[in-house]
Design a binder for this molecule. Structure first.
Ligand code: ATP
Length: 244
């Protein structure tokens, strides 16, 4: 990234404690626009706490978050408007169709009528869900529900997409399809993605990779360079001291 470019996501010196429990300590990393960044960490590493700070569910006086150049503390509305979020827990209304789930979300963002429909169609197409637009969410399998949630997070055209363990509970085929779709969004649409996971097989060799453990960054770079001659699982175990 040159000095002129605005990073999709810039985190500097972020810290957070739950009472006496230190959950994040001096966390800094920067994701260039259009990059897919895997945030890999074992259970309890601090991934969800980081997401809560990035979405302003929690606030902290320690450190700074910038989204497309907007300081989350000084310009939260501008920063949040540029973020799409896929939470770890499913949040679809299962009684509504795929399209109506997205239409409801569009309305929350002040979008209606033709403009909303154009954006909804584009988001569903992008996630391979256009053919299922009129299906009731309850009738979808887990992978298609997750794809619908990602499409919903795209409706307001965010620049940065945050995904907190988006493939939990899905089989290998559904996980692969979702990972490919999100890589496509980055490569073809210039979306910046931060994908939290504890599954090493979701990280591709050319991905940007940040490894978090006990609230601190243990590695930051291109996955293949961090991995070296090891497998990512071996490297991950070495860096985190987590036993298999
Ligand atoms: N409400 C809370 N009160 C006290 N400690 C907490 C609270 N929530 C999380 N923690 C602790 O903060 C640390 C980071 O937790 P966090 O949930 O952010 O990790 P994570 O990487 O998202 O884990 P997982 O993969 O299990 O979701 C852990 O040690 C956890 O036990």
């Amino acid at each position: 990234m040159t000095g002129q470019e605005v990073a999709g996501l810039e985190v500097s010196g972020l810290g957070f404690s739950y009472g006496a429990k230190r959950a994040l300590n001096d966390v800094s990393f920067c994701v260039a626009q259009g990059d897919f960044c895997a945030l890999l960490g074992p259970n309890g590493a601090g991934k969800s706490t980081l997401f809560a700070l990035l979405t302003r569910l929690f606030t902290t006086s320690e450190g700074q978050v910038r989204v497309m150049g907007h300081d989350m503390a000084r310009a939260p509305r501008q920063a949040l408007a540029r973020i799409g979020v896929v939470f770890q827990q499913p949040t679809l209304d299962l009684d509504l169709s795929v399209r109506r789930n997205l239409r409801y979300f569009a309305a929350l963002h002040g979008l209606a009528g033709r403009e909303a429909n154009i954006r909804i169609d584009a988001a569903l197409e992008r996630m391979g869900m256009a053919q299922r637009a009129d299906e009731i969410a309850r009738d979808l399998n887990g992978g298609h529900r997750r794809r619908t949630e990602i499409a919903r997070a795209l409706v307001h055209r965010p620049a940065v997409l945050l995904l907190d363990e988006p493939t939990v509970g899905l089989d290998a085929e559904a996980r692969r399809a979702i990972t490919e779709h999100v890589h496509g969004l980055c490569a073809e649409d210039g979306l910046t993605a931060l994908w939290a996971t504890h599954l090493t097989d979701e990280v591709w060799p050319d991905d940007r990779l940040v490894i978090l453990h006990r609230g601190e960054i243990r590695a930051d770079g291109i996955a293949r360079e961090i991995i070296g001659k090891q497998t990512l699982t071996d490297r991950f175990l070495d860096l985190t001291g987590v036993t298999a």
